[in-house]
Ligand binder design. Structure first.
Ligand SMILES: [Zn+2]
Length: 186
């Protein structure tokens, strides 16, 4: 499967609202291949030259439903300003096992490979989450304690498993309403 801007499912396709299912472990060769392709997409998408040549929209994460596969798999890569990978995960069946009351949001709002139109407004997420998953990169069960930006990215991706898009969380009447007890992430 070729993953690029053309093949990624957009929000005008009802499939993006479908719920994803647990993946059978040990990971089948097919599932692993797809997840690695997703990881590769995210990694390559942030290289401007490759992105232009291969028609890739820059991303920090992608979920399998975005390529039409209803499985709980997500690839996430957070890089520093020099392009080095700070966090890289190829997650299978991730589950949030605990979360903070405190919230966090991105100052510039969120974006999504499946949402071509920009929806302005703050998306409030949990500031800290603890995630249990199988990580196909290291081939082991992992517990990830994520906060701030990484936590936001993870919650965005895991929402895709439930058919939820980021703009579902935006307050339609007051999109830039600032909540108490929420950290603004630049
Ligand atoms: Zn998304």
């Amino acid at each position: 499967m070729k993953i690029n801007t053309e093949t990624i499912i957009k929000d005008n396709n009802p499939k993006i609202r479908e719920k994803s299912e647990d993946v059978k472990l040990p990971l089948s060769a097919q599932d692993r291949q797809l997840l690695m392709q997703m990881y590769d997409y995210v990694d390559r998408s942030t290289d401007p030259d490759i992105a232009e040549k291969e028609n890739l929209q820059p991303a920090v994460g992608i979920s399998a439903i975005q390529v039409g596969v209803k499985k709980k798999m997500a690839a996430i890569i957070v890089k520093d300003s020099d392009g080095n990978i700070v966090y890289g995960f190829a997650l299978v069946n991730p589950k949030i096992i605990s979360e903070s009351v405190e919230k966090a949001y991105l100052k510039g709002g969120e974006g999504c490979l499946s949402v071509p139109l920009n929806h302005e407004g703050y998306v409030y997420r949990k500031k800290r989450i603890k995630v249990k998953a199988y990580d196909a990169l290291t081939d082991r069960e992992v517990i990830i304690e994520a906060k701030d930006y990484l936590a936001i990215v993870m919650q965005h991706e895991f929402d895709h498993f439930k058919g939820i898009l980021y703009y579902d969380h935006i307050d339609k009447d007051q999109p830039f309403k600032v909540l108490d007890n929420a950290t603004c992430i630049e």
